[in-house]
Write a protein that binds this ligand. Structure first.
Ligand SMILES: Nc1ncnc2c1ncn2[C@@H]1O[C@H](COP(=O)(O)OP(=O)(O)OP(=O)(O)O)[C@@H](O)[C@H]1O
Ligand SMILES: [Mg+2]
Length: 458
C-alpha cells in the first residue's frame, strides 16, 4: 500500500506483534525467530527485509527458502504487493528487487543437494533463512560465508524455524540448548553472544486468530508429538535427525590410500530414479571406510552397471556388491530379474536384507565409537552426498525407531549403506593374497535367492 505525500512515498508495513517487534529490534549476529506454526515469522521476514532496504540505502539482502514455489508464494509475490514499482523494480530472471536508493533484495531458493557452489562468492549484509530447520548445518554455514562486504551496514543473519525437519538438531543446539563449540582459537569457536532466540507462539498472531479461528483447532487436532511441536513450539516433541550420533567432525575424514590387504565391497541402492553406489573398505580390525560414492539418476540397469564398473579401478578387487532385494523380482515381459541383468553387465550382486529398522540400527552401531574411541564407520570427505544424507535423514514422526522416507532424495545413499551394514563382511587381512580380477569367482556370491544375514559368515 503506497500513498504519495507531496513527493515522498509512504509504505505501510503494518503493525508488528510484540514478538515481531523483538525480531525487528534484535542486534545479534544470528537471530532465530521460532516456535509454533503461524506465529507470523515469514511475515516478519518480509517486513524486516523491506524495512531494511529502505532504512539502509545500498544494503544487499538475501531471502532464502528451500524450494522455488515456496519462495514465490511466501516472499516474491507478497513483497511485490508490498513495494510499489516507483520504489523498486523487480528483475524476474535474476529474482532481484532493486530499490531506487540502491538497495537490493535477492530471492533465492536452495534445493536439497544443490551443493556448495550455489551461493559461493556472493556478498550480503543481511541474510534471511526462512524455515531454517529444512536446511543442514553445513548449508547454514555456507550461506553464513556470504555475510560479508565492505559497507558499514551491520552484518546479520536472521532465521525462522519450527521444530522438526532436517535442521532440527543444529537449530536446537544453537538457539534452544545453547551448546557452543569451542575451537582451538576464539575465531574458530562459537560465541554465545552471537545467538539470540525469539520464541513465537500462535497466540502472538492476533490477525490470524481473528481471521481463521479454525486454525488453532486444526493445530490442536494433530497427533500428540506434532501438536506439541507445531501448536506449542516444543523443541523436545520431535526427535529430528535420525542418526543423531553422526557428526562431520568425528565421522568424515581426509582420504588416504587404502592399504592393499584391506577387503573392498560395494553396496548400492538402485532404481530408475537414482543409482547410489558406495565403495567400502574394511581394515584388519573390522573398521569400515566409505571411500568412494557414485550417484546418478535415470540410468537403466546396463548403464548403472557400466557406471559402477567405470568407477572401480582396474585390478581393484571387490569382494561383493550388496544390492536391494527388490531387484530380484522377475520382470513380467522377460521373466528375468534386474539382478540377472546386473550380473550379465559385469556387476554380480548379492541380495541384502531389507529389514529397515534392523538395518538402521546396524548403521547406528557402526557409527558409535569403539574401544579405541574412533567410530566403526568412517567416511572420506570426498563422499559428500552420503555425509549430507546421514545428517539430513529424519526420524519417522509416527515410528521414531525408523527413519523417514521423505524427502526421498536423501534416502538413497543411506539405503545403500544399510545394505552393507546388515550384511556381514570379512575383515581385511594383510596376509590374504590379492586376487587378480579374473580369478575372482563372483558367482559364488550370486545367490539369486533368499540370502540370510548369516550367508556371509566365514
Ligand atoms: N503483524 C501482522 N499483521 C498482519 N498480518 C500478519 C502479521 N503477522 C502475520 N500476519 C499474517 O498471519 C499469517 C501467518 O503468518 P506467517 O505466515 O508469517 O506465519 P509463520 O510463523 O511463518 O507460519 P509457519 O510456521 O506456518 O511458517 C499470514 O497470513 C501473515 O500475513
Ligand atoms: Mg512461515
Amino acid at each position: 500500500m503506497a500513498r504519495k505525500e507531496k513527493e515522498s512515498i509512504v509504505l505501510d508495513l503494518g503493525t508488528a506483534n510484540p514478538k515481531q517487534a523483538l525480531f525487528y529490534r534484535s542486534r545479534a549476529l544470528y537471530t532465530a525467530y521460532g516456535g509454533a506454526k503461524g506465529g507470523g515469522k515469514t511475515h516478519a521476514v518480509r517486513v524486516k527485509a523491506v524495512g531494511g532496504a529502505l532504512r539502509w540505502p545500498g544494503i544487499r539482502i538475501l531471502i532464502v527458502r528451500r524450494t522455488y514455489p515456496e519462495l514465490q508464494q511466501n516472499h516474491i509475490e507478497p513483497v511485490l504487493r508490498l513495494v510499489p514499482p516507483e520504489v523498486a523494480s523487480y528483475n524476474a530472471t535474476n529474482r532481484v528487487l532493486t530499490f531506487t536508493n540502491g538497495s537490493v533484495i535477492r530471492f533465492g531458493h536452495y534445493p536439497a543437494g544443490a551443493g556448495e557452489r550455489e551461493y559461493q562468492g556472493q556478498e550480503y549484509d543481511w541474510i534471511f533463512l526462512d524455515e531454517a530447520t529444512q536446511f543442514t548445518e553445513q548449508e547454514f554455514r555456507l550461506l553464513g560465508g556470504c555475510l560479508r562486504g565492505v559497507s558499514d551496514i551491520p552484518k546479520r543473519f536472521y532465521l525462522t524455524c519450527n521444530p522438526g525437519g532436517v535442521g532440527h538438531g543444529w537449530v536446537k543446539r544453537l538457539f534452544i540448548d545453547r551448546i557452543y563449540r569451542r575451537g582451538a582459537t576464539e575465531e574458530e569457536s562459537e560465541n554465545p553472544d552471537d545467538y539470540a532466540f525469539i520464541f513465537a507462539s500462535v497466540e502472538d498472531n492476533l490477525p490470524l486468530l481473528r481471521a481463521s479461528p479454525a486454525y488453532l483447532k486444526m493445530l490442536s487436532a494433530l497427533p500428540d508429538n506434532l501438536r506439541r511441536a507445531y501448536r506449542y513450539g516444543d523443541w523436545n516433541a520431535l526427535s529430528g535427525a535420525y542418526f543423531s550420533e553422526f557428526s562431520e567432525r568425528v565421522h568424515v575424514i581426509e582420504p588416504f590410500a587404502i592399504p592393499k590387504g584391506w577387503r573392498r565391497y560395494r553396496s548400492m541402492d538402485y532404481g530408475l530414479d537414482m543409482l547410489a553406489c558406495l565403495w567400502i573398505a574394511v581394515d584388519e580390525a573390522g573398521r569400515c571406510y566409505v571411500y568412494r560414492e557414485v550417484h546418478k539418476a535415470g540410468l537403466i540397469v546396463t548403464e548403472a552397471a557400466r557406471l559402477i564398473r567405470e568407477n572401480t579401478l582396474p585390478g581393484e578387487v571387490i569382494e561383493t556388491t550388496f544390492a536391494p532385494p527388490d531387484i530380484w523380482s522377475r520382470q513380467k515381459d522377460s521373466g528375468r530379474s534386474m539382478a540377472e541383468l546386473f550380473l550379465q553387465s559385469g556387476v554380480p550382486v548379492m541380495r541384502a536384507d531389507s529389514a529397515r529398522v534392523h538395518g538402521h540400527i546396524m548403521i547406528k552401531e557402526m557409527l558409535r565409537p569403539r574401544s579405541d574411541g574412533r567410530p566403526g564407520l568412517l567416511i572420506f570427505n570426498t563422499c559428500r552426498t552420503l555425509a549430507r544424507d546421514l545428517q539430513s535423514i529424519q526420524a519417522d514422526e509416527l515410528n521414531p525407531s525408523d527413519c523417514a522416507r521423505e524427502p526421498h532424495e536423501v534416502t538413497h545413499s543411506v539405503d545403500a549403506l544399510r545394505y552393507f551394514c546388515v550384511s556381514r563382511t570379512l575383515k581385511g587381512e594383510r596376509s590374504a593374497p590379492d586376487l587378480a580380477p579374473d580369478e575372482a569367482d563372483y558367482d559364488i556370491f550370486m545367490t539369486g535367492g533368499e540370502a540370510t544375514r548369516d550367508f556371509l559368515t566365514y
